[in-house]
Design a protein around this ligand. Structure first.
Ligand SMILES: NC(=O)c1ccc[n+]([C@@H]2O[C@H](COP(=O)([O-])OP(=O)(O)OC[C@H]3O[C@@H](n4cnc5c(N)ncnc54)[C@H](OP(=O)(O)O)[C@@H]3O)[C@@H](O)[C@H]2O)c1
Length: 371
């Protein structure tokens, strides 16, 4: 009830101020206070640093500063666009997935596609082709990161698709991530990602990993960039305990729109998903198919094979459809044109309740990655 009251109060306030877009994007003081009260400082170490499974930084920040007048114009354009795009009063939809439209309404007030293309481990040219093929095939969500070293390639793929008339910029949703090394200078990291992508705003930027001690200031830099129109929504990745998530939330203003964690049938992230509900934060699955080198484990799982056979679909398609029906945004990675097309063909069938239960029963709380 308190949550409903808070949302109604926030909406009422939202309509009474001119900067509705940004007001809607934050938490009310009441929410912030109650969250702060419930926060426990978490001293767990950051497992991400030095992980062998993450690629070496692909490109150093070039520190490029745009001219002041250009920056001011971009800021104004971004703010105008943010307000134009803001679907008034729709935040109350919470995190219900629209499986017909293939979208979810984020707590930021922006609509996000629930199936996208992932680009981890793709070279610049592979990322360019994958993004181009994906947009041509109907995808509208793209996931990259500064640490993947392929933001320029992603930007080129987007521009090719736009130039060929498959999409407009406004129709697509681009996510990138701030790497932990950049947390000390988040503002420059955001500008550098915008530059590499060749975009004047990013739909969603997320902190790549939890890093107690430095992630709060990095998140605050993203909050500032939201107010400047450079970022539309912001979120987190690799926060695996409710306490760690609450630590960050308790010290910041804008509720994360999304949490991107390793999530698949063997690691269904049930506890975190339940925890996120109070915030209207959605879960996005990385390694949705188990990750490179692990996919055959899930593809050959007996239950998944049986369900796939029953629908005349592949195991990959069944797993991806399960993600969407389970309320997880999925971003399967691929550099293979046929796989990219196959992974999008999951809106023409539905898993039954019984099949969803069989999938739920596969959970082992077992991750493939060690970070
Ligand atoms: N936040 C984080 O820390 C984090 C970490 C890892 C990943 N991510 C993001 O999440 C995305 C997804 O994760 P991921 O790419 O590592 O793993 P994934 O999507 O679980 O699996 C990718 C693997 O699946 C294969 N594949 C894809 N579609 C297939 C199909 N229809 N049939 C057979 N094989 C198929 C790909 O090979 P082909 O190329 O041959 O298709 C690739 O080997 C990443 O791309 C990245 O954007 C985020």
């Amino acid at each position: 009830m308190k949550r409903i009251f808070t949302v109604m109060l926030a909406l009422a306030l939202c309509f009474s101020v001119s900067a509705c877009g940004r007001a809607d994007n934050g938490r009310s003081e009441e929410q912030t206070e109650s969250l702060a009260n419930g926060t426990q400082q978490d001293s767990q170490t950051n497992e991400s640093e030095g992980s062998a499974e993450e690629p070496a930084p692909g490109a150093d920040d070039d520190g490029t500063q745009t001219q002041e007048d250009t920056a001011q114009k971009e800021q104004q354009d971004g703010e105008d666009a943010a307000q134009d795009e803001q679907p008034a009063g729709e935040g109350s939809k919470g995190q219900a997935f629209d499986l017909e439209a293939g979208t979810v309404m984020l707590n930021s007030g922006y609509e996000m596609p629930i199936l996208g293309i992932g680009t981890f481990r793709l070279s610049q040219s592979e990322a360019e082709d994958s993004v181009y093929w994906a947009l041509r095939d109907g995808y509208r969500l793209i996931d990259t990161a500064r640490i993947y070293g392929n933001e320029e390639g992603v930007g080129r793929g987007i521009r090719r698709a736009i130039e060929e008339g498959f999409v407009t910029r406004e129709e697509i949703f681009v996510t990138t991530k701030m790497w932990t090394d950049d947390y000390g200078n988040g503002a420059a990291a955001i500008d550098a990602s915008l530059e590499r992508l060749g975009l004047d705003y990013i739909d969603l930027m997320i902190l790549h990993h939890s890093a107690p001690g430095s992630d709060v200031s990095a998140y605050q830099a993203m909050e500032q960039a939201v107010s400047e129109g450079k970022l539309r929504s912001i979120g987190l990745s690799n926060y695996y305990t409710p306490d760690d998530f609450d630590r960050l939330v308790g010290e910041t203003t804008i509720t994360p729109a999304l949490l991107q964690n390793e999530t698949h049938p063997y690691h269904q992230s049930t506890e975190m998903k339940e925890h996120l509900q109070q915030y209207g934060t959605v879960m996005e699955s990385w390694y949705p198919l188990g990750g490179r080198g692990n996919t055959q484990t899930l593809f050959n799982d007996e239950a998944i094979v049986e369900i796939a056979d029953a629908h005349n679909k592949t195991s990959a398609q069944v797993i991806l459809r399960w993600h969407l029906q389970a309320g997880n945004i999925a971003i399967p990675g691929s550099s293979n044109e046929a796989h990219i097309q196959e992974n999008y063909e999951i809106f023409d069938f539905e898993l039954t309740e019984d099949e969803m239960q069989r999938m739920t029963a596969l959970d082992r709380n077992e991750r493939f990655a060690s970070y």
